[in-house]
Write a protein of this length. Structure first.
Length: 158
């Protein structure tokens, strides 16, 4: 399980004296446990899944990216650098992202199947949310939602 792997990584990093990695992973473990407790209550230890931890990692990655941009904009390069180090550590635990070409191929299948079922999706509008839902289920967390939306919009314009 990913939680056990994270805990082992903390122990190894402690022995190496890597304080940034230790702090980042401890925060991730705590956030994962808190998320699991809010979802599953007292049964969180037996109910926690790797997908739950991946979701927490994605949220933290998004937060760190925003922080890096904010600190760079404010001229605080030392804080931006620290955030970037933490971001790099978190990203090692995420599944490999799809390339743009792989994403287009995968989403073309979704667009074709969904527009055959409901031709009004080609015109955009209200059906785009349903199309996004299908696309994100197909992508399975291997691409950011913003990238998926952009590729879908490009495919619908063709």
């Amino acid at each position: 399980m990913l939680l056990d792997s994270l805990q082992q990584d903390v122990n190894t990093s402690l022995k190496k004296g890597d304080s940034v990695r230790v702090g980042t992973l401890r925060f991730l473990i705590a956030a994962s446990r808190n998320d699991a407790i809010s979802k599953y209550g007292n049964a969180w230890e037996t109910s926690l899944k790797d997908d739950d931890i991946i979701d927490v990692i994605k949220k933290q990655v998004k937060t760190h990216k925003e922080s890096v941009l904010a600190f760079e904009k404010a001229g605080r390069s030392e804080l931006a650098q620290k955030e970037q180090q933490e971001l790099d550590i978190l990203q090692t635990f995420l599944p490999k992202e799809l390339t743009d070409e792989e994403l287009k191929v995968m989403l073309t299948e979704v667009v074709v199947s969904e527009t055959q079922r409901d031709p009004s999706l080609r015109s955009g509008g209200q059906g785009f949310g349903l199309l996004m839902k299908s696309a994100m289920a197909k992508v399975g967390g291997q691409a950011d939602g913003g990238r998926v939306a952009n590729v879908l919009k490009q495919l619908l314009q063709k």
